[in-house]
Write a protein that binds this ligand. Structure first.
Ligand SMILES: [Zn+2]
Length: 265
């Protein structure tokens, strides 16, 4: 049976407050920074990238601190973005699919409903379209016409031991990624739960298409994982503290999610 290594690669950061991270705000408001990640799933046979981050232009426009181009980060893990064949796009928000052009040989695995959502009626509403960059979405439409987008409808296998699952909630077509590892199945929740606190305290993130689906999605991610400690939130700086760095040189940059956490959740 195929198992995989999983790496979380931290590429950007944003200083923000807790009230920005919970629907309805936070009565105990205080600093609650956000990290931005792309993920690498690989074994001897396969290299799969999950999400592609954003670029310097988007970082400047949206006032985020870009720490390193995700492709440069992948190079630190001996991955050449130019040769990657499989990229799973959890959803089309700017911080997850910018830089797709740096993966010229990849097939992009995306949910049908995410493309429908990102090109449909709800994009007339700034509350729904604000985290999409229209040029990036249009760019992905062009990739559809090149035959480079593989559409998934609900649950789908990308490779033996790597499956995607539509969660919805945050966006209509958000998908999580389930990966078989030596410690069991790990679920990359992406923005099904930005922080551990969103799912553990049952407090939705404020960018949301369907609150009920977001809440149901936390249970779905848990059910797909071999334990609560096997669900990885999409933006929580605590991921970098809980999991061991790939190497001393990569401390603060990349951690191993297929390894046992250093502290338990
Ligand atoms: Zn995000």
């Amino acid at each position: 049976m195929s198992t995989y290594e999983i790496y979380a690669l931290r590429y950007a950061h944003h200083e923000r407050r807790a009230s920005e991270n919970f629907l309805g705000g936070d009565p105990h408001d205080g600093p609650m920074p956000m990290d931005y990640f792309v993920w690498l799933v690989r074994n001897a046979e396969r290299t799969i990238v999950v999400d592609t981050g954003f670029n310097a232009e988007a970082a400047q426009r949206r006032q985020r601190e870009l720490l390193r181009c995700p492709a440069a980060g992948l190079a630190l893990l001996d991955v050449d973005a130019g040769t990657v064949r499989d990229v799973i796009v959890t959803h089309l928000h700017y911080d997850h699919v910018g830089n797709f052009d740096l993966f010229p040989r990849a097939t992009f695995h995306l949910q049908d409903l995410e493309m429908s959502f990102a090109t449909g009626r709800h994009m007339g509403d700034p509350a729904q379209s604000g985290a999409y960059d229209v040029e990036t979405v249009v760019g992905m439409v062009r990739e559809v016409y090149k035959g480079r987008v593989h559409f998934c409808d609900g649950d789908a296998e990308i490779a033996p031991g790597v499956t995607v699952h539509r969660i919805g909630g945050h966006t209509l077509g958000l998908q999580a990624v389930r990966v078989r590892t030596a410690r069991g199945h790990v679920v990359l929740a992406s923005d099904a739960s930005h922080y551990y606190a969103n799912m553990l305290e049952k407090r939705p993130f404020p960018i949301v298409y369907d609150v009920a689906d977001m809440i149901a999605g936390w249970d779905r991610c848990r059910a797909l994982a071999d334990g609560d400690g096997h669900v990885i939130p999409g933006h929580d700086p605590d991921v970098m503290r809980r999991y061991p760095p790939v190497s001393p040189a990569l401390a603060g940059i990349a951690v191993r999610l297929d390894a046992e956490p250093r502290t338990h959740t």
